[in-house]
Design a protein around this ligand. Sequence first.
Ligand SMILES: [Zn+2]
Length: 329
Amino acid sequence: MTSRVWADIDLDAEGKHAGYLYAAHSVTRSGYGHVATPIAVIRNGAGPTALLMGGNHGDEYEGQVALLRLARETEARAIKGRIIIIPMANVAAAGAGVRTSPLDEGNLNRAFPGSADGTPTFAMAHYYDTVLFPQVDALIDIHSGGTSMDYLPLASICLHGEAAVDAKARALLAAFGAPISMIWDAVDPRMAEIAAARRGVPAVSGEFGGAGTVKPACLAVVERGLRNALRHMGIVAGKPEPSQSRPMETPARAFYAFASATGLFEPLVALGDTVAAGQPCGRIHFPDEPLREPVTCRYSAAGLVVCLRQPARVERGDCVSHLARDAAS
Ligand SMILES: [Zn+2]
């Protein structure tokens, strides 16, 4: 079905333009109303197109800040081809500073391929999938740990299984040049990057910090990576800066640690620690039972602590940490 989302700018126009993508959302407060997602497009003649997304999850800020700066500072004459920039891909979530949309509880990165007749999150997923992905040569979707997690800055890809697309994704990941280059094993077909790969579009994503903050060191990794990726694609002149990326993988659920009880989580590790299988990850305390001993959460695999829970209050089943190991190849 054809998308009902409409843009108030011409995405093919030469030069630099900003506008909005309008998804119908008719509610009591606003009959005939729309949810407006900001978009900027920079174009200079023929050439490849890069689609750059931030705010897919609304409490992840590094991508939003990096893309705003890139949009402001990139002049059309400095590029060849086109850059499409969507800093708040799930605009209602990003506007509220929360992971999922307060309008429909939609998690954009679990909403693909979306629905033309869906609520705003799903209508936008459908627009990205059916209108934007077919006209781009690569997707870069910048994530972080959000308010609940913090990450060592890492760029990542999911292998799709189609050799030509996977090879392009690997090359883009290498060019991006983050300190860690991760290949995820567990992939969800509802994610933007997987939807893009289904359209033959290589995608790089990544987790560039988090904890609901913008850390300058993580932002620098994003901005350098975006510059490198645009050079790799031939949109910006020059070669990517040489990088010393550590190839890593998170190959199985055993690399994740989950809260085994509801209480207060006390971490016993820090981001960047190397741990052994069986090593404690943290303790969960029970403030409503003053004499009860805390329970210990343990890692079931060995590896590098790349992700750690931020808020102390946890419920059984919350992810409290995950590991990565050096990639076999
Ligand atoms: Zn995210």
